[in-house]
Write a protein that binds this ligand. Structure first.
Ligand code: SF4
Ligand code: SF4
Length: 311
């Protein structure tokens, strides 16, 4: 049993939600991306967002602490966030990152705080992109609320107690939403036996190691940390910033040795991390099938097609 909301009542519904904290939703400018919403009318649910809301949980660059002689001040994470219009793949990507940053061996207190204070309200994809293959990736209904477009109404599925409280005043409604099918599929089983095959050399022939596949990916989370000091070396700040496993210096260690020297090593590692190594540790794939790394790769490298061709 779900709930029904008239489309004309959406603004009022979101206005009320915004009183709890920052409302973050897709906005269409030259592309569609998640932004903090000041004007609810600017929200655009039509296109699948080019960028996921990852930056609101793991910012591209942030100062995590400042130091001044022996005084250290840590960054404070405050306030609640409501993410509205997030697609099921991106919701699952956050839950996959939770495995590392909340349930993992070294929890990240900043990430944990941001995630704890978040309400996730999803929106169903009406027309998946040609590069989407989320149906192959065992996505789960791990949201607070999930909206389906039904003409003059939204049908709302309730996924948590937190979500249930937000819609308690709306009318009950029973509906079995039609799930949209993706054209693209991934046959993950084929990956297992082919670590040494020359398919990886072929696939990486046109890779330029730009790292865009990492930045666009809703579940890529690798980062680097460095201290930025002033000239006295006594004051400064510790900065955390996204990194990319496609950069040569990502695995460089003292003495200059690089563990993954070639583009083939690096791209192959990314695919195996997404579809095998992460699963070995957390029993889930790290990839959620959003297809962004294929759509936005400047060389149009398609790892799904390459894996599906393996025999
Ligand atoms: S986006 Fe494409 S070209 Fe750039 S590093 Fe990734 S696979 Fe290589
Ligand atoms: S399809 Fe590509 S961008 Fe999307 S989750 Fe999988 S690896 Fe990341």
């Amino acid at each position: 049993m779900g709930k029904l909301l008239k489309k004309e009542d959406l603004t009022r519904f979101l206005y009320k939600l915004r009183q709890r904290g920052d409302l973050i939703a897709p906005v269409k400018t030259n592309t569609t991306r998640f932004e903090k919403i000041n004007d609810i009318k600017k929200i655009s649910l039509e296109d699948i967002p080019q960028f996921s809301p990852k930056k609101f949980f793991v910012p591209q660059k942030e100062t995590i602490l400042k130091y001044d002689d022996n005084k250290i001040s840590h960054k404070k994470i405050m306030g609640e966030k409501i993410i509205f219009g997030i697609r099921l793949c991106d919701i699952n990507a956050l839950h996959r990152m939770d495995k590392v940053f909340i349930e993992g061996d070294n929890p990240d207190t900043y990430y944990k705080k941001r995630r704890e204070n978040t309400i996730l309200i999803g929106y169903n994809c009406e027309k998946p992109l040609k590069t989407c293959f989320c149906e192959s990736m065992n996505l789960e209904p791990v949201y607070d609320l999930f909206f389906y477009n039904m003409g003059n109404y939204y049908y709302i599925e309730v996924g948590s107690e937190k979500g249930s409280k937000l819609v308690s005043r709306l009318k009950d409604y029973e509906y079995d939403p039609v799930q949209i099918r993706c054209e693209k599929k991934l046959n993950k089983k084929l990956l297992l036996r082919h670590h040494q095959k020359n398919v990886w050399s072929k696939l990486t022939k046109d890779c330029v190691s730009c790292g865009k596949c990492n930045t666009m990916c809703p579940s890529c989370y690798c980062f680097t940390i460095r201290d930025e000091n002033d000239e006295t070396l006594r004051r400064g700040e510790r900065v955390k910033e996204w990194d990319s496993c496609q950069y040569k210096d990502f695995t460089q260690v003292a003495g200059g040795f690089v563990f993954r020297e070639t583009r083939k090593d690096r791209l192959r590692h990314r695919i195996y991390h997404k579809l095998l190594y992460f699963r070995q540790k957390y029993q889930k794939d790290m990839c959620v099938g959003c297809g962004r790394c294929i759509t936005y790769c400047p060389s149009k490298i398609d790892f799904v097609e390459a894996i599906n061709k393996l025999r």
